[in-house]
Design a binder for this molecule. Structure first.
Ligand SMILES: [Zn+2]
Length: 253
């Protein structure tokens, strides 16, 4: 029996600048700031193309309206340029997975017109009415529709662990948000897991041997349980906001 193997390309769709380190590394009390790339993953196997996370807006007007802090999209980091470079036609993508619905992970869902969009039901429910401190993270602003609400008609709500294609499965990783999920990807180079914001950077994954949650969460004990679970799988993590992921760019080939 043969099983499907996938290849993974990671591309940067803009970056967040001057982020206080304490938002990325729990209990980091230093004054330092970090920059975080927004990463989209393109998974291909045979004639199938799946996209995991779709970044933030690149439209100047939307950026001004929605994101009043350091967020920069270079010309080469715009979605259309990135897809061209990876030789992907947006219309050929049949599945989009959002690890969660914060604006920096789902703002370009509408570009993939033919794709079904896979989100955990717990995330959909929470995104509609988050606690006040997370309103902006989900893109709730007066007079504009939040990005996750752009194409709800194409969203399929998932309840827990689900195989979404041969060699590809999602698993719940709650903590950063209630319905955060990761994507397990089988490749010729072993099994990877796209972690979403359960793991922002490699420094979160391994800080002197231990995993460190980010400073942004809805449930810290759940966050720690998700990290412990991931550690136990032995899969290779692909963090959602690490420059090294972008620099390497290709996995599983
Ligand atoms: Zn997030």
């Amino acid at each position: 029996m043969t099983t499907a193997k996938w290849v993974i390309d990671a591309a940067k769709l803009g970056e967040l600048r001057d982020v206080p380190a304490g938002k990325v590394y729990l209990e980091d009390r230093s004054e330092r700031v970090v920059s975080l790339p927004l990463v989209m993953f393109v998974l291909r196997s045979g004639d199938r193309t799946v996209v995991v996370d779709t970044g933030g807006p690149s439209d100047e007007e939307q950026i001004r309206q929605r994101i009043p802090f350091g967020y920069v999209v270079e010309e080469t980091e715009r979605l259309d340029k990135v897809l061209e470079r990876l030789d992907v036609s947006a219309d050929e993508v049949d599945l989009v997975v959002n690890t969660h619905l914060h604006w920096d992970h789902c703002s370009n869902n509408d570009a993939f017109r033919n794709a079904e969009i896979l989100v955990q039901r717990a995330e959909l429910d929470y995104a509609a009415a988050p606690n006040a401190e997370f309103l902006r993270a989900y893109g709730h602003h007066p007079d504009t529709e939040p990005p996750f609400a752009q194409c709800l008609d194409r969203v399929r709500a998932l309840d827990g662990e689900t195989e979404i294609a041969p060699g590809l499965a999602v698993l719940p990783l709650p903590g950063h948000s209630p319905g955060s999920q990761g994507v397990r990807v089988d490749t010729a180079d072993g099994t990877f897991v796209i972690t979403g914001d359960c793991v922002d950077t490699y420094a979160n994954w391994d800080n002197a041997g231990a995993a460190v949650p980010s400073g942004r969460f809805t449930d810290l004990p759940a966050f720690r349980t998700s990290l412990t679970h991931l550690k136990g799988t032995g899969w290779k993590p692909l963090p959602s906001h690490d420059h090294m992921v972008v620099e390497k760019g290709a996995f599983g080939y």
